[in-house]
Design a protein around this ligand. Structure first.
Ligand SMILES: NC(=O)c1ccc[n+]([C@@H]2O[C@H](COP(=O)([O-])OP(=O)(O)OC[C@H]3O[C@@H](n4cnc5c(N)ncnc54)[C@H](OP(=O)(O)O)[C@@H]3O)[C@@H](O)[C@H]2O)c1
Length: 238
């Protein structure tokens, strides 16, 4: 009877996680969304009648007060119950046209706020709900890989790439800090997927990316903590 918490789950890859997980009556899903406005929640509400138990909570992952409030709401909702899978999915790619020569402080800060500070604070407020065998997944990107960036032809998405390299390092620090408690922390690259963020040229369907990622997450072992995976379970170079 696993409990899942997924941030940024009103659309894109987050919604696809909830869609697939909602087919299984054994799952309890806490789906968070930046806004609980009806127009924002149409996709999630459509899954409400599916087999799984679905709770929808508000969380703006760029806002520390909103993250703190989420921690309180989760505790009120599940009490002492552990979260088996905490998926830090919410993310932005702000100012994607900027390069290493044009990137602005504002773009770096905005990407860092959601893509790095958000996952750091989410784990802190939900720490008490993480226990032995629990999994934390930070959604990263191939653009966060130093190895992939070395010698790459394209230099855009600079601020986003910096933030995803940052969340990779955060993953290692969280893995070290939670090792004694037996919590596995990984970062996963979903591939280049057809979502708003994926944009033009994306090659993968959401269904395939998330099916692969769920397989990776369910198969994790203690020794995998601190690793960087692709959606198909292959380990990626940092
Ligand atoms: N698609 C790809 O090819 C690709 C590749 C590599 C990595 N990723 C990563 O995968 C994750 C999901 O991306 P996606 O492709 O599904 O993008 P998407 O379709 O643009 O969806 C992004 C999701 O994140 C949410 N979000 C953004 N900022 C938020 C905030 N401050 N608070 C709460 N929610 C917030 C959005 O909510 P709103 O509707 O409220 O904006 C939305 O639900 C991201 O971390 C992204 O970096 C995607």
């Amino acid at each position: 009877m696993p409990t899942w918490l997924i941030t940024g789950s009103n659309r894109g890859l987050g919604l696809e996680f909830v869609t697939q997980l909602s087919q299984d009556a054994g799952n309890t899903i806490i789906a968070t969304s930046r806004s609980l406005s009806p127009s924002n929640l149409a996709g999630l509400k459509a899954l409400d009648g599916n087999a799984a138990t679905l709770h929808i909570l508000e969380c703006d992952t760029s806002s520390p007060p909103s993250i703190t409030a989420l921690g309180d709401q989760v505790t009120a909702l599940i009490g002492d119950t552990k979260i088996d899978y905490l998926l830090n999915n919410a993310g932005v790619n702000v100012a994607s046209q900027q390069t290493g020569l044009t990137v602005t402080p504002e773009a770096i800060l905005e990407n860092m706020q959601t893509n790095v500070i958000g996952p750091a604070m989410i784990v802190q407020v939900l720490e008490k709900h993480l226990g032995r065998g629990g999994v934390v997944m930070n959604m990263t990107s191939g653009l966060g890989s130093m190895s992939d960036a070395k010698g790459a032809e394209t230099t855009k998405c600079t601020a986003y790439s910096i933030s995803k390299a940052g969340v990779n390092m955060l993953t290692l620090h969280q893995a070290n800090a939670l090792a004694e408690r037996g919590v596995v922390v990984v970062c996963v690259d979903p591939g280049w997927v057809k979502t708003a963020l994926g944009g033009e040229g994306a090659v993968m369907e959401k269904e395939d990316s998330i099916r692969g990622m769920l397989g990776v997450l369910r198969g994790l072992k203690a020794e995998d903590s601190g690793k960087f995976f692709a959606y198909d379970g292959k380990e990626k170079a940092w």
